[in-house]
Structures are given as structure tokens and as C-alpha cells.
Design a protein around this ligand. Structure first.
Ligand SMILES: NC(=O)C1=CN([C@@H]2O[C@H](COP(=O)(O)OP(=O)(O)OC[C@H]3O[C@@H](n4cnc5c(N)ncnc54)[C@H](OP(=O)(O)O)[C@@H]3O)[C@@H](O)[C@H]2O)C=CC1
Ligand SMILES: CC(C)CCC[C@@H](C)[C@H]1CC[C@H]2C3=C(CC[C@]12C)[C@@]1(C)CCC(=O)[C@@H](C)[C@@H]1CC3
Length: 350
């Protein structure tokens, strides 16, 4: 029996989700377990372990036979990402899906004037679909000396992928990376001269645009080794991230706006609103053959006016040359941070 159990575990697909303790990440886990309770090994990679344990027990309450494990990772910390990856290598002998979902939008500033101007302009639908022109953020610097949004949303995940490369690139098997990007990702917010977005006021948009570029270049470098990457947008979803946009509005006030949001949904299907709907595309990608996906497309979760969920690919405003240049810069930064880490370890060995 033990041998059989061991064989089953070895065969079961391993799915790791970052930022799985709440919102869209947690909804994805719930949806995956609803279709296959015993055949998957889920790993919830979370920063806040108290919330992670609550998520873990919620999942096990609805799916008592599920195999759900927790992993501590703070994607804004280089050492945390590296030790988390080492732990993954110790625990599993395969990694089939890596959902790079953790993300932040710190200290958002909602421009009320721009919002009301936008309401009466012809760009109103775009404004509601992308949040473009009405949101800025104030970024911070991590103890490693990197920009916080860049590190959390992009570079921490990049290092994680690089560390897990041997597990993800296996002969005769495919693995999938899925980046939770956003329709807020915009070329104008990103600069190759300032990939961390030290100077601007739209670090969120910049980091998400960078993930769109990075996904493309990862496909060109890794497809031959069986690793595929895609980017998604979950639509506008009411989660902790969005509640934080209007901090003076408690969560219940947002829910009072739900009828208005349903009305807006008649005009833009990007108002998915619930984490369950937002996770639609993440769940859909799980069922696709990675070879059939378009590396230039962002896959969107959409909800129709009548409340039906579906997935749609939309071409991204990206080009291979810029994505290759970003990749080179990320590799260079990776070399620098690894060297710094080594030097620090030499100075004070563990
Ligand atoms: N909500 C929306 O409308 C949209 C969201 N997105 C993206 O969806 C993703 C999920 O966000 P959403 O579910 O909305 O919001 P939540 O705030 O509910 O989820 C964010 C998750 O990321 C985790 N996280 C944040 N910082 C770190 C870190 N340093 N290390 C590890 N985990 C971290 C949070 O964990 P912790 O509990 O530790 O804070 C949490 O689990 C994000 O990437 C976001 O940008 C994209 C488009 C629209
Ligand atoms: C309370 C009011 C009646 C209306 C609130 C308006 C705005 C706060 C929202 C309208 C469109 C929203 C939106 C986002 C945040 C909140 C809004 C600006 C995002 C920028 C959140 C993060 C993302 O990644 C985008 C895809 C969202 C796009 C829409």
C-alpha cells in the first residue's frame, strides 16, 4: 500500500501558486480541487503564514482528501525566494504548473478629478477596463535595495523560475508558467533604462508590462526544453488589492457598489468582480496544451452582462527586441544579487 501511495504521489501533477492565501490565487486553488480532488498536489506559496493556514483549512474543509501543502515565500526578498525554491526541490520531484500570482499595488492614489473627467470622455470604457490615467502609486525600497513593486511582482518570481529551472525543464515533459499580469500594464509606464521604475509613479503598470515582455522572451529561450509561459489578466476583481485603492471605503461599502458594477459590466466584460470569476482564465489555462497558446497574447478572464464566464486572448503591445533586452537586464541583475548574497554569506556564515 505504501509503495502504491508513493507511486500515486509521484505521478500526481504538482501545482505551485504564489499569493495563494487570498483573492484570485485562493479561488484558483478552490477551482482546481473542485475538478480533481485527489489527483493533484497543490502547494500554496505564501508570505503571511497565518492567512496561509486559514486558506489551507478552508480548502481541506471543502476537500478533505486533497493534498495541499504550504510553503513560506516572500517574493520581495531574495534570500526568501532562494530558500523557498530549495525547499520545493527537496519536497517534489516534478513541477507541472507554476502560477506566478503574488502581487502588490502599494500606497495607491486615486485621482478623483481624472476619474470624473474620464467618466464624460470617450475613453470611459477603457478607463474602467484598465484603470489607466486614474491610478498612481508610491513605491518603497526592499532591504535588498530593490524597488518593492518590481521585486514583489516581477523579479522575485523571475529568480524563483531561474532557481527551479532544472525541475521545470525536463525531457519528455512540459511545464507551464502563468504570470498574473493586468490590463493596467502599459508600454508608456515601462522603460528599459529604468526597469525597476525608480523614477515614475506607475510601478504597478511597469511591473506588469515587464511580466508581459518577460513571458515572451522566456518562451523563446525555454520552449525547446519543454517550458512554456503565458500571461493573463483576471479583470477587475474585488480583493484586498482593490479594497486598498480607496482605504477610506471599508470592504462592505465596495459590496454596496456591486449593483453599479453589474451595470458597468453591461458595457465592459472586464468587470469579473469575484475571485472565482477572476480565476476563470487561470483555470482554463490549466486545461490547455501549452504548445497551442499564443506567446504574444494576454489571456483575459471575462464575464458577460448575464454573468457568464469565458476566456479570450488579446494581442499584447510587445516586441521581441524589447523583451530580449529586458531579459538581458534581468540576467545581469540576477548575477549582481547572487554575488552580493555570496559575499554576505562569506562575511557572516550561517
Ligand atoms: N484584483 C484585481 O482587480 C486584479 C488583480 N491582479 C493581480 O492579481 C494578483 C492577485 O491579486 P488579488 O488576488 O487581486 O489580491 P490579494 O491582495 O487578495 O492577493 C495578493 C496575494 O499576493 C500575496 N503577496 C503580496 N506580496 C507578497 C510577497 N512579498 N510575497 C509573497 N506573496 C505576496 C498576498 O499575500 P499576503 O497575505 O502575504 O499579503 C496575497 O496572497 C496580483 O498579482 C494582482 O496584481 C491583476 C489584475 C486585476
Ligand atoms: C467606487 C466607484 C463607483 C468607482 C470606483 C472606480 C475605480 C476605483 C475602479 C474603476 C476601474 C477599476 C480598476 C482597477 C482598480 C479600481 C478601479 C480603478 C484596477 C486598476 C485594479 C488592478 C488592475 O490590475 C486592473 C486590471 C484594474 C482595472 C480596473
Amino acid at each position: 500500500f505504501l509503495y502504491w501511495q508513493f507511486e500515486v504521489n509521484r505521478m500526481n501533477k504538482v501545482i505551485l501558486v504564489t499569493g495563494a492565501n487570498s483573492g484570485i490565487g485562493l479561488a484558483l486553488c478552490e477551482r482546481l480541487l473542485s475538478v480533481d480532488t485527489e489527483g493533484l498536489q497543490l502547494c500554496l506559496a505564501c508570505r503571511n503564514m497565518r492567512r496561509a493556514e486559514a486558506a489551507h483549512s478552508a480548502l481541506l474543509t471543502s476537500h478533505p482528501k486533497a493534498q495541499v501543502a504550504l510553503l513560506q515565500v516572500d517574493t520581495s526578498s531574495i534570500s526568501s525566494v532562494i530558500s523557498a525554491a530549495q525547499e520545493v526541490k527537496k519536497r517534489y520531484d516534478r513541477l507541472d504548473y507554476l502560477y506566478l500570482n503574488a502581487g502588490i499595488m502599494p500606497n495607491p492614489r486615486f485621482d478623483v478629478n481624472a476619474f470624473f473627467k474620464g467618466l464624460f470622455s470617450r475613453n470611459v470604457i477603457t478607463m474602467f477596463a484598465t484603470g489607466e490615467g486614474i491610478l498612481t502609486q508610491q513605491d518603497g525600497v526592499t532591504p535588498d535595495g530593490l524597488q518593492e513593486v518590481f521585486m514583489t511582482n516581477l523579479f522575485g518570481h523571475f529568480l524563483f523560475v531561474r532557481e527551479l529551472e532544472p525541475m521545470l525543464c525536463r525531457a519528455g515533459r512540459t511545464s507551464q508558467l502563468v504570470w498574473t499580469s493586468s490590463s493596467n500594464a502599459h508600454r508608456s509606464a515601462f522603460s528599459l533604462e529604468d526597469i525597476q521604475h525608480k523614477k515614475g509613479t506607475q510601478p504597478y503598470s511597469s511591473s506588469k508590462y515587464a511580466s508581459d515582455l518577460l513571458s515572451l522572451t522566456l518562451n523563446t529561450h525555454y520552449n525547446k526544453q519543454g517550458l512554456y509561459s503565458s500571461v493573463i489578466c483576471p479583470g477587475f476583481v474585488m480583493t484586498n488589492l482593490t479594497y486598498n485603492i480607496l482605504p477610506s471605503f471599508p470592504a462592505f461599502l465596495w459590496t454596496l457598489f456591486t449593483p453599479i458594477f453589474w451595470l458597468i459590466r453591461m458595457f465592459t466584460n472586464t468587470f469579473t468582480l469575484t475571485p472565482y470569476n477572476g480565476a476563470e482564465v487561470l483555470f482554463w489555462l490549466f486545461k490547455q496544451k501549452p504548445e497551442s497558446l499564443d506567446p504574444y497574447a494576454k489571456y483575459h478572464s471575462l464575464t458577460s452582462g448575464l454573468g457568464n464566464n469565458y476566456t479570450q486572448p488579446r494581442k499584447m503591445d510587445i516586441d521581441l527586441e524589447t523583451s530580449e533586452s529586458l531579459y538581458e537586464k534581468l540576467l545581469q541583475l540576477e548575477r549582481e544579487v547572487r554575488k552580493k548574497l555570496k559575499d554576505e554569506q562569506k562575511e557572516s556564515p550561517p
